[in-house]
Design a binder for this molecule. Structure first.
Ligand SMILES: CC(C)(COP(=O)(O)OP(=O)(O)OC[C@H]1O[C@@H](n2cnc3c(N)ncnc32)[C@H](O)[C@@H]1OP(=O)(O)O)[C@@H](O)C(=O)NCCC(=O)NCCS
Length: 167
């Protein structure tokens, strides 16, 4: 059984920062600290989370929104709830909801095949490359960033997230 059916989308606010920071710490070797998350909110970025019935965040993301452009800064799902559609659900709710008229951008490690496949299924397309952008994770060799873009839903062909089974 997945947690997806009983999840609520909520904005990240200062009161939820401890829980989101704990999620981050569990989710990524490049986790944002509580301070980084707090600074991001204070800079005007928008955080969103999917919470279970107890209010515990299982997935979260941070967006930088400027006019009609929306940049996905981070997204993470707790390891024990991955491959249950949580990242897809979180992003789809935002892409179809408040940010449906926005052009979306993001950067992703070339080796992060899980994230790249997720983004492609949601209608993102590669639009650039930053060579040796990221420090190496398990090696001294730096890694490329793939830039991806998603046009507003009304302009995309064959990438309507609602057509994606399970959403
Ligand atoms: C990337 C991440 C957010 C995906 O979250 P998730 O909730 O497990 O993803 P979903 O279950 O919504 O998966 C949606 C689709 O993405 C792709 N996908 C997700 N995880 C995958 C994996 N490990 N391998 C291959 N494809 C994967 C699949 O196409 C999947 O659809 P399917 O399950 O029907 O095959 C999660 O793995 C994570 O938190 N990773 C660590 C942080 C990170 O890398 N963030 C991205 C930085 S750019």
């Amino acid at each position: 059984m997945t947690a997806r059916n009983s999840l609520n989308l909520r904005p990240v606010d200062p009161a939820s920062l401890d829980a989101v920071a704990a999620l981050e710490a569990s989710a990524s070797p490049e986790a944002w600290t509580r301070k980084a998350l707090s600074d991001s909110l204070n800079a005007g970025h928008r955080g969103f989370m999917l919470c279970n019935d107890e209010g515990q965040p299982l997935a979260h993301c941070m967006l930088s929104v400027v006019l009609d452009e929306c940049e996905l800064l981070i997204i993470a799902v707790v390891p024990e709830h991955r491959r249950q559609g949580l990242a897809r659900t979180l992003l789809t709710q935002l892409i179809q909801g408040e940010f449906a008229q926005h052009q979306w951008f993001l950067e992703v490690r070339a080796s992060n095949s899980a994230a790249r496949e997720l983004y492609q299924k949601l209608g993102f397309e590669s639009c650039g490359l930053r060579r040796a952008y990221y420090p190496g994770l398990n090696s001294p060799q730096r890694e490329d960033a793939i830039l991806m873009r998603r046009l507003p839903t009304m302009h995309t062909k064959g990438s309507d997230p609602s057509a994606y089974a399970g959403v």
